[in-house]
Design a protein around this ligand. Structure first.
Ligand SMILES: [Cu+2]
Length: 113
């Protein structure tokens, strides 16, 4: 339950592609993964808690979508998804919103300069 990278550096205003690949083998309902990039300054812990309460919404908290820059869908085993982002300078937290994954370390930061 970890990303292979917990720190990413990007250049401000430059388009970047970030690919998430779920290399696990467990079914999505038991061990799905996604990649949710949040706006700088977001309370990630509160976001993760709210997300865990919304399985019907693929663990994306409806009330907090304004805190999201972009996100992948929840990925099952061997699935992958690519996000294309162009970010302004700042520190963007990211996490997996599957319940408890953030708490055990499925998170990181994108630093844009
Ligand atoms: Cu996960």
């Amino acid at each position: 339950m970890k990303y292979n990278l917990s720190a990413l550096s990007l250049k401000a205003g430059e388009e970047a592609k970030i690919t998430l690949r779920n290399i696990g083998t467990m079914p999505k309902a038991a061990m799905g993964h996604n990649l949710v990039i949040l706006k700088p300054g977001t309370d990630v812990e509160a976001f993760a808690l709210a997300a865990a309460a919304e399985p019907a919404n693929d663990y994306i908290p409806a009330a907090l979508v304004n805190q999201i820059v972009t996100h992948t869908k929840m990925l099952g085993p061997k699935e992958s998804a690519t996000l294309t982002v162009t970010l302004d300078a700042g520190e963007y937290p990211f996490l997996c919103t599957f319940p408890a994954h953030f708490q055990v370390g499925m998170k990181g930061t994108i630093t844009v300069e």
